[in-house]
Design a protein around this ligand. Structure first.
Ligand code: LLP
Length: 444
């Protein structure tokens, strides 16, 4: 596929800062990602389509490896998982964070080494634990007191399993109430303040078949500042020192979770990874020196920041409606492939692709095709005034927590996932069809 790229001047000064680094302007209002025209992707694979820039994913994995050379970087599979994603992450040398038997089995059957996988979950099912032990996951993160005896029994007296404990450090951070997990008023982890974590740790240390390798915390998601991580780290190091003093046990690992925030629209803040790495390391060294503690190995679990900016959602406009003062631009997807605006009030910056428009911009609301008024993808955005059915709209920063949270609402079917890389496009996950729905629906 050959693409003719336009110069910056010819294309105007439109801000593509939140798009994949490979994004190029094409003549006639087109955009190419990974060397492939998005309009051609839409023609070839139909819409809605989620386009993943393989080079951007790999580049982001490398950015993490470079920023955290002495840490284990585990990709959080919940952000997006497919067999290709598993391969890219493995080849880039990252580990994996999973939270269900489904994610775990997909990763292992796609060739991911189980010892590099950590299993999370506030309510692990018998199937989750059975799969974890059968496949030999590297660590199971204990999230509540009742898991200790369950895991110990499942491992058996002759068995051995490495575990960590999820601690709630009492730090509030994150882009929305629903994704703040660092304080005691939510369902995850064991509390530092009420002694729940300390009590669980004593019990785990009393189980010979469980090897407690370290502590874990995940304070929230879409965090754009370093400070909450430093406060959490200080408290975690404090707990490690108390464990050493009380039990004579020096834990060798400290997992600080993920949550690294990204910009969804130009000008929005993102977490500075280099600053995070530098200041976490400095705080870890300082805290450990003060407590005379051996420095544990650091683990981190980014999801969104690895895959979010590598994804672009491409929709076709089905209808344009002028209602009073408002313009509604309805596309062929919506809340079934992206529930994030409805759930967290996230704002996106869609853009017309595939043709140039000389019409002036006007304020419009991009809505989906689902049967409820809350099915809004992007409220009050500037789009060309002549936008019409058949046009293509692309939404950048669509790689994380969109498809992985997609639903079967209205039996619209989940979109295809297409990888683009070095000028070629290939299908990773096919579109969900009526046959898929019919084949699961076996009663009458
Ligand atoms: N580690 C643990 C234990 C987690 O629970 C999560 C995310 C991560 C790592 C990765 O966090 P990230 O780096 O991706 O922020 N659906 C929401 C996000 C929920 C995050 C859940 N846990 C959204 O669309 O914003």
């Amino acid at each position: 596929m050959t693409v003719t790229v336009l110069s910056e001047v010819a294309a105007g000064a439109e801000d593509l800062s939140v798009w994949p680094a490979s994004t190029q302007r094409l003549p006639h209002g087109g955009l190419a990602v990974g060397g492939v025209s998005l309009a051609e992707v839409a023609d070839r694979f139909e819409t809605p389509a989620y386009v993943l820039d393989e080079g951007e994913v790999r580049g982001r994995c490398r950015t993490y490896q470079d920023a955290f050379p002495a840490a284990d970087v585990l990709y959080a599979a919940k952000a997006f998982l497919s067999r290709a994603m598993v391969r890219w992450v493995r080849e880039e040398g990252l580990g994996l964070d999973v939270c269900s038997a489904g994610e775990l089995e997909l990763a292992v059957t796609a060739g991911f080494p189980p010892e590099r996988i950590v299993l999370h979950g506030n309510a692990k099912s018998p199937r989750d634990l059975e799969a974890a032990l059968r496949l030999g996951v590297g660590r199971i993160v204990i999230d509540g007191p009742s898991e200790i005896a369950r895991i110990a029994a499942a491992v058996g007296p002759e068995g051995h399993q490495k575990v960590m404990v999820r601690v709630v450090p009492g730090v509030s951070a994150g882009g929305h109430d629903k994704i703040r997990t660092g304080t005691d008023d939510q369902k995850f982890g064991l509390s530092l303040t009420d002694g729940g974590a300390q009590h669980a740790i004593s019990r785990i240390l009393g189980q010979p078949q469980l090897e407690l390798t370290g502590l874990h915390c995940h304070i929230g998601s879409q965090i754009t500042e370093v400070k909450p991580y430093l406060v959490a780290l200080r408290r975690m190091v404090g707990l490690m020192a108390r464990i050493r003093d009380t039990h004579g046990v020096v834990l060798s690992e400290l997992d600080m979770g993920g949550g690294h925030g990204i910009a969804y629209r130009p000008g929005e803040p993102a977490l500075d990874l280099t600053a995070l790495a530098r200041r976490l390391r400095a705080e870890l060294h300082r805290g450990c020196a003060a407590a005379r503690l051996t420095i544990p190995r650091l683990l981190i679990e980014p999801g969104r920041a690895v895959v979010g900016p590598a994804g672009v959602a491409v929709y076709r406009v089905l209808a344009v409606k002028h209602t009073g003062e408002k313009v509604f631009v309805a596309v062929d997807g919506g809340m079934s492939d992206n529930p994030r605006p409805a759930l967290y009030g996230v704002r996106y910056a869609p853009r017309l692709i595939g043709r140039a428009s000389t019409a002036g911009c006007r304020t419009a609301t991009v809505v989906g095709r689902h049967c409820e008024a809350g099915d809004v993808l992007a409220a009050d955005v500037e789009l060309p005034g002549d936008i019409h059915p058949g046009d293509l709209l692309a939404v950048p920063v669509a790689g994380a927590y969109q498809l992985s949270m997609a639903s079967g609402y209205n039996l619209v079917g989940r979109p295809a996932v297409v990888a683009v890389h070095q000028g070629s496009a290939r299908l990773l996950v096919r579109r969900e069809t009526l046959d898929d729905f019919r084949s699961r629906d076996i009663g009458d």
